[in-house]
Design a protein around this ligand. Structure first.
Ligand SMILES: [Zn+2]
Length: 215
């Protein structure tokens, strides 16, 4: 087994085995702290006022919400994982209706890459009603991090990562572009949020009307 080299953590300067987060090499402790702060900020900004907990579809989502909301009086309900990446399937299964009736949000283990793939894939397929952004009853937990960063977090927290979405040509092309333009995914995510707000309103605006894009 090859000797592992130690590097100085960009946050705490300690020599350690490091992992990458947003271009910085961090020790495991600093990685977890920063990663969870990033996703917590995004989740809290998207929570409607009347949320009461989460329906989780996979172990990584359950781990995250139980970690972030360990001291909050919320309910966490497990649901079958088969539909983990498909709002359409969840709608058919009545999960959305259940969420509306009981108050919890449906937590999806989506990363920034998933959101971008959804956005790029929506061109040329009119009628797609997969929701961009975070319209209730959905909340996408990992939008502030890449798939690679999400997988590192899962490894460190000892939970299986949800399977990635099927690759698409558009998503692959954007990933190749982003390899030489590292700010591009962040800019695109901001644009997606703007479009989602134009289409659906903010979480607080739409909390009383549910997902307008649903059928
Ligand atoms: Zn550190």
């Amino acid at each position: 087994m090859a000797a592992r080299t130690l590097q100085a953590c960009a946050a705490c300067s300690q020599k350690a085995q490091t992992v990458a987060l947003r271009g910085e090499r961090l020790c495991r402790r600093c990685f977890l702290r920063r990663f969870e702060r990033l996703v917590r900020q995004d989740i809290k900004a998207s929570l409607p006022e009347d949320w009461s907990g989460f329906i989780v579809l996979d172990p990584s989502s359950e781990k995250l919400v139980r970690t972030l909301f360990a001291h909050a009086p919320i309910r966490v309900v497990r649901a079958p994982a088969a539909s983990v990446r498909s709002p359409h399937v969840m709608r058919r299964r009545g999960l959305i209706a259940a969420a509306k009736g009981r108050g919890p949000l449906i937590a999806l283990p989506w990363c920034r890459d998933d959101e971008i793939a959804l956005f790029l894939g929506s061109f040329g397929s009119p009628g797609s009603c997969a929701p961009l952004g975070n319209p209730p009853p959905f909340i996408k937990l990992f939008r502030q991090v890449s798939s690679a960063e999400y997988e590192v977090w899962c490894r460190l927290r000892r939970v299986p990562a949800a399977p990635p979405p099927a690759p698409t040509a558009a998503a692959d092309e954007f990933a190749a572009f982003a390899a030489s333009h590292p700010d591009a995914p962040f800019s695109l995510l901001k644009g997606i949020d703007t479009i989602a707000t134009l289409e659906c309103g903010t979480p607080k605006e739409i909390k009383s009307q549910g997902t307008r894009r649903g059928s």
